[in-house]
Design a protein around this ligand. Structure first.
Ligand code: ADP
Ligand code: MG
Length: 377
């Protein structure tokens, strides 16, 4: 695969925090970055060398992006796969449109996983109101009904205890195509970020243990406090997923761990992941640098973790009484503050994160929780 060397212009479709951290990693290595995002003010757009403020399907914008970039990546899955197909006519695009098309649709994603032999939560497809009555719905209750497209951070999904609640929830969601997943009693949740280069070389990050609040990631603990064999199994599955997709780029596999240590794939994200942010401070190579390396056909970086790490998300709720007191994070000698430069703090909005490093994961967790509580005070 041809190498794209520093100095070249790279493109990223999407201007959120993941695009920003990609741009930072790319710029650190001497690349230039163009961002495409419809919002006037976006975290990545703010720091990009060039910013195209247009819709993801705008033909002129795609032409400009494709003509001025040597390679293009994405930072979120909800972009039209056709836009990526168009871009692929003028330059390298990774991940490719087919992988994005699968990952952006829960039904295609689950069908891909099941057909490939991976274990997932048992689910039913609800395409219309009648489907609630024509299948053995009781088998999937209590459950969680999730819209098949455009859901994120727990949005577009509702817990339902019985059929009556399912009917109400489905109406509230507006009768879109959905999946109904059986509600699983979870021992914990883990995720694995994996990178695959153009030559098929794979590198894998340590396993994160993830705690969610209201469907949004709250804390990631790395390494996950699970048996080593289970961690290895998750990493093996993640490698199999990228190979099966013939994927190029960085991808995250989210898993449910059941009581008996059975692993189910929850979902896949075709990009760096919130649960992989620890890698910026705790690994030799971050997930974003790895994204640059896969995109440019460079050798993949070493992903070994040099320090245990706990990452805490900073949501907009923290801004209720004004700007949080960052000194509470900064005064800790091994806490690293990351803010995404978002002007408006809305509840549930990801504004930043901090990562606490320590030789012991238990100590890092205690310290991170202590800082988090102080911030919330
Ligand atoms: N079937 C399920 N059983 C138990 N918990 C679930 C189930 N589906 C989702 N959850 C919880 O909700 C969170 C968000 O769900 P997910 O499908 O990953 O949506 P999103 O795309 O918003 O991340 C999960 O990380 C998990 O904590
Ligand atoms: Mg998820």
């Amino acid at each position: 695969m041809m190498r794209i060397m520093p100095g070249a212009m790279l493109g990223v479709v999407g201007g959120g925090q993941l695009g920003r951290m990609f741009a930072q990693a790319a710029q650190q290595m001497g690349y230039l970055v163009t961002v495409l995002d419809p919002a006037v003010d976006s975290p990545a757009g703010r720091i990009a060398n060039d910013f195209i403020c247009e819709d993801y399907a705008d033909q002129a914008a795609l032409e400009k992006l494709g003509s001025q970039c040597a390679a293009i990546t994405t930072e979120f899955e909800n972009i039209p796969a056709d836009s990526l197909r168009k871009l692929a006519h003028s330059c390298r695009v990774s991940p490719d449109a087919d992988s994005i098309a699968i990952a952006q649709n829960r039904i295609l994603e689950k069908q891909f996983l099941v057909n490939s032999g991976f274990a997932v939560v048992s689910f039913a497809i609800i395409e219309q109101h009648e489907d609630i009555f024509t299948q053995d719905i009781a088998h999937f209750l209590p459950g969680i009904v999730k819209v098949s497209q455009f859901g994120y951070d727990g949005k577009g999904q509702k817990s339902v205890a019985d059929q009556a609640q399912l009917i109400a929830a489905y109406a509230q969601l507006g009768h879109p195509v959905c999946v109904l997943e059986k509600f699983m009693p979870l021992k914990c949740e883990i995720s694995v970020v994996v990178a695959r280069g153009g030559d098929g070389d794979i590198s894998i990050f340590p396993v994160s243990e993830n705690q969610h609040v209201n469907g949004i990631l709250d804390i990631s603990i790395v390494p996950a406090r699970i048996p080593q064999q289970l961690a290895q199994q998750a990493q093996t599955i993640a490698c199999q997923v990228v190979e099966r997709l013939n994927y190029q780029g960085v991808l995250c596999v989210e898993f449910f761990v059941l009581k008996d240590n059975e692993l189910l794939i929850n979902e896949i994200a075709p990009r760096p992941h919130n649960s992989g942010h620890f890698s910026i401070n705790a690994c030799i190579t971050s997930q974003f640098e790895q994204q640059v390396r896969t995109l440019c056909g460079l050798p993949l970086g070493e992903t070994a973790q040099h320090s245990a790490a706990v990452m805490v998300n900073l949501l907009g709720d923290l801004w209720q009484h004004g700007e949080p007191n960052w000194n509470l994070v900064l005064r800790h000698p091994a806490a690293k503050l990351h803010l995404y430069g978002k002007a408006e703090a809305r509840p549930g909005r990801k504004m930043g994160h901090f990562t606490v490093l320590n030789a012991s994961v238990d100590v890092a967790l205690q310290q991170a929780i202590h800082i988090k509580k102080q911030l919330e005070h």
